[in-house]
Write a protein that binds this ligand. Structure first.
Ligand code: GLN
Length: 477
């Protein structure tokens, strides 16, 4: 297994390895799905497409960085003729008749799909326990959760059954598991990647987001996924970016000339072991030439409350389509239409999904929508304004991803405690900004991975990735 996509690509390019060999190795590492990272494994299809790709490569060489690279998709991405469950019993038998944007673009680039990964139902969760297909195991220590909701995607990269995996980040579902597993996870600016064919949770927050082993890989994937898509009117018209070239052109082991902002309160509120590593990373940034400046993000403390009003409101509307008739699960032996709706939704959704539909329906109900939903939208604006002000003083904001490391599964967090794990990731989604989660070592308490995130200005994804890449290079050398 090579270190990252970039290295594997160079081997494919020089014909020192074939896509069939890379794919066979990934499938071997997956074994009998030992970590339950996958809901559906498409091994036959993968070996077949790897063979086809090898013929293309031997005829006309590699056509993109992803040509021949094995990868996986969170089971929230629509894949034509491949079962797509969203981690829910509600869609246990749903075989989409069309290809979503992400699957289509990765196929077009010549990527080899290994399968669909486990996740919290409809992306709702932080531990991967809210699933109809069994929790995903963290191979670093099976007592600890892999993080959610894109936990299966994170583990597929960690167990080396995929070179990269696409997850979705509505409130941190890629950055949190990346942080809990010691991987790189990147949430692009909202609107960067089309959401067509990404099963909707909170539409004003949802963004497709990759996991991988290097910052450069994040750029390679972003470049493949930013072609304009007429099927998503919220996608920003910024097609055909060349982040990879930008990074390679600006490669250097110094961060001179950049200002990094940090909000001291964020760091002070983290657990001691996490705090220690965060301070070391700040010191590394400084020693590599970046200037550190203090910024203020005072409204971020409201972000969990704001998010759980906005995301659940949007979810209550988005999930109304699962009525037991149009898609998936339909309760048997019901006598009338309303009974079909009620029984199918009661049996098809897990408790967490139902809790959120109830909360969201309440927040949108007449008489309450001003007090809750509209009010939350106003505070959301203030959270974004805090970031705008911070960027008058700095290029990027440094922040924890989570106040703790991964937690033990038997800690049995309450829903509210679970929601609090998103405290530092959610402000970024509410503000629509790009952010990259980077590992920075392990905890002195439990040896689990720790990390931090660097948050950029909206649509400044290239510069953010380039800075993060140079940071990693500086740290390594
Ligand atoms: N943990 C958050 C939630 O449960 C984040 C979800 C996500 O990013 N998909 O809503």
């Amino acid at each position: 297994m090579f270190a990252d996509i970039f290295e594997a690509h160079n081997k494919l390019k020089k014909k020192e390895i074939s896509s069939a060999e890379l794919t066979a190795e990934c499938l071997k590492n997956l074994g009998a799905n030992k970590n339950n990272s996958f809901i559906s494994i498409t091994s036959e299809l993968a070996l077949e497409s790897a063979k086809k790709v090898d013929q293309e490569i031997s005829k006309s060489g590699v056509s993109s960085y992803l040509h021949g690279i094995p990868y996986s998709l969170k089971d929230l991405f629509i894949t034509k003729n491949i079962r797509t469950t969203a981690g829910s019993k509600m869609l246990h038998n749903y075989i989409p008749p069309y290809e979503g944007y992400v699957a289509k673009m990765l196929k077009k680039a010549g990527g080899v799909l290994v399968g669909k990964t486990g996740c919290d139902e409809f992306g709702m969760g932080s531990s991967n326990d809210n699933t109809a297909y069994g929790p995903v195991t963290n191979p670093l220590d099976p007592n600890y959760v892999p993080g959610g909701s894109s936990g299966g995607s994170a583990i597929s990269v960690l167990e080396k059954s995929s070179y990269f995996s696409m997850g979705t980040d509505t409130g941190g579902s890629v950055r949190l598991p990346a942080n809990f597993c010691g991987l790189v996870g990147f949430k692009p600016s909202y609107g960067r990647i089309s959401r067509y064919g990404q099963i909707a949770y909170g539409s004003s927050l949802d963004q497709a987001a990759p996991f991988g082993n290097s910052v450069l890989d994040m750029a390679i994937i972003l470049d493949q996924l930013t072609e304009n898509d007429p099927n998503d009117s919220t996608q920003a018209p910024l097609g055909n970016t060349k982040s990879t070239e930008y990074i390679l052109k600006n490669e250097k082991a110094s961060l001179k000339g950049f200002k990094v902002g940090y909000y001291p309160e964020f760091i002070e509120n983290c657990r001691e072991d996490v705090q220690k590593n965060l301070k070391e990373s700040l010191e590394k940034l400084r020693s590599l030439g970046a200037e550190l400046v203090e910024v203020e993000l005072p409204h971020s403390k409201y972000s969990v409350a704001v998010y759980y009003i906005i995301a659940t409101s949007e979810a209550s509307s988005n999930l109304a389509r699962f009525d037991g008739i149009h898609y998936g699960y339909s309760a048997k032996n019901q006598t009338g239409l309303e009974q079909v709706y009620v029984a199918s939704r009661s049996e098809g959704f897990c408790d967490e999904v139902k809790r959120r539909i109830l909360l969201g329906t309440f927040c949108l109900s007449s008489g309450y929508s001003d007090e809750y939903f509209n009010h939350a939208c106003k505070v959301r604006r203030l959270i974004r304004t805090d970031f705008d002000k911070a960027y008058e003083k700095c290029d990027f904001v440094f922040s924890p991803v989570c106040a703790t490391t991964s937690f033990r599964r038997d800690e049995d967090l309450t829903p509210l405690q679970m929601y609090m794990t998103d405290l530092y990731t959610i402000p970024v989604n509410l503000a629509g900004l790009p952010s990259i989660a980077i590992p920075n070592g392990t905890s002195s308490q439990n040896k689990m991975p720790t990390g931090f995130q660097l948050i950029g200005k909206a649509f400044d994804d290239e510069r953010l990735l380039s800075f993060a890449h140079n940071f990693m290079k500086g740290v390594k050398s």
